[in-house]
Ligand binder design. Structure first.
Ligand SMILES: Cc1ncc(COP(=O)(O)O)c(C=O)c1O
Length: 402
């Protein structure tokens, strides 16, 4: 048969803004290869190698409610209430991962050109969603306690943004956890403006010291809010389950958007999650074990970084979550570093995709410590340091004469 040229499909204008996820790109290049990957945000699979999942009853094979299973909604709402949120099962929606919560919230709030405020750096797949909805992204720099409340106040005044997206607890990618005072100050600023808080909180339970301060949403008095959680980081990500709890006026439109998106989240997965989360004692022990496991990995990573990177980079030790964020003292070509590192069997995430505008990024990288085994971690960091040093070599007189 003769091949004919197909005419170019006429796609929605917003597709021009659709970017691929750099992290998933690197992950697909490293999958099935013997690569030491510090690139993703993947849990350690050794934690669940002996895990026996509860058996799923045939009743869970049928279509179910869009809101999610009542048993799971009640468990998730109780957790939100324990954090001080004004939540109930009726205002809690089971989502297909917290990523779906981001998508539904963006659909609900953003029009082409809508301003949205976010942290610099911020979660890259959230940036991907907001760009797809053609929002105008405005960033606020993070310091060790969070974004600056005065700068937020001013930016809200200037942009009249309808929404702000924050990941204030063990942030992806920087590891920053906002102080209690900052959270309260930010809540007070938001209460003075007509802005929705979209708070993303998937890492809260992975704490290596004192529990983190309550969510910012718990301090709000009048500002509408949407609070996202996930079972991906503390249970198993393949279930693809998360939750969205919100102030009551937002629930109905979000539920309708969920219906339009996928009718409901996977029911067998919801059944498994509710069985596994039902007993608070068992759950507490499981999460405590997971935190201890990751804390040891965090400490080992800190030692590896200290011996290989302390002269060339600075970083904070994360008090929770899964990432170190390195800022380099001198610039070098991060794409060249990624190619060289991949060629030598190591992957990492360059910093630029975590910024709304890549030119806002300094010379920085995100290093994940949850996935890689202790032995591989030491080897991988040695190789990475070697690659970076190779690219940072000052040009000698002999080189410059060439
Ligand atoms: C900040 C943040 N939000 C949302 C997600 C999406 O998680 P989920 O697996 O629940 O969709 C991630 C995953 O890495 C994340 O880091």
């Amino acid at each position: 048969m003769k091949t004919q040229h197909r005419s170019a499909p006429r796609l929605a204008k917003r597709i021009e803004k659709l970017t691929g996820s750099v992290a998933r790109d690197i992950l697909s290049r490293t999958r099935d290869k013997d690569i030491i990957s510090f690139a993703g945000g993947l849990p350690d699979a050794s934690l669940w190698q002996d895990l026996k999942l509860p058996e799923v009853p045939p009743a869970a094979y049928q279509y179910g409610p869009s809101e999610g299973e009542r048993s799971l909604r009640s468990i998730l709402a109780a957790r939100s209430q324990s954090l001080g949120l004004d939540a109930s099962a009726d205002t809690t929606l089971v989502t297909s991962g917290s990523q779906q919560g981001l998508d539904l919230a963006a659909k609900l709030i953003l029009e082409p050109g809508s301003p949205i405020i976010l942290e610099a750096p911020s979660y890259l797949a959230a940036i991907q969603v907001f760009k797809l909805f053609q929002a105008e992204l405005h960033s606020l720099a993070l310091d060790s306690e969070g974004i600056c409340p005065q700068a937020l106040d001013q930016l809200l005044e200037e942009t009249q943004a309808p929404v702000i997206y924050l990941n204030p607890t063990f942030q992806n990618p920087s590891g920053t956890s906002y102080s209690l005072e900052r959270r309260q100050q930010i809540a007070a600023v938001l209460d003075r403006h007509d802005t929705i808080l979209l708070e993303d909180d998937p890492y809260r339970d992975i704490a290596y010291g004192a529990p983190p301060a309550p969510p910012i949403a718990s301090f709000l008095k009048r500002c509408p809010w949407i609070y996202l959680t996930s079972v991906s980081k503390t249970l198993i990500p393949g279930l693809r389950l998360g939750s969205l709890t919100c102030s009551p006026e937002l629930f109905d439109p979000l539920l309708k958007l969920k219906q339009a998106a996928d009718l409901h989240s996977n029911r067998p997965a919801q059944f498994i999650a509710s069985q596994m989360l039902a007993d608070p004692q068992t759950n507490y022990k499981r999460v405590a074990h997971l935190c201890e496991h990751y804390r040891k990995k965090r400490d080992l990573m800190q030692n590896c970084l200290k011996s290989s990177f302390s002269e060339i980079a600075v970083w904070d030790i994360p008090s929770g979550g899964m990432f170190f964020w390195l800022n380099f003292k001198n610039d070098f070509d991060l794409s060249a570093a990624l190619s060289d590192a991949l060629a030598r069997g190591v992957a990492f995430m360059p910093g630029a995709p975590f910024f709304a505008e890549s030119k806002q990024a300094g010379c920085c990288m995100r290093i994940n410590f949850s996935l890689v085994s202790p032995e591989k971690m030491e080897e991988g960091i040695r190789i990475l340091a070697d690659v970076v040093r190779g690219l940072q070599q000052p040009i000698t007189c002999a080189d410059s004469a060439l």
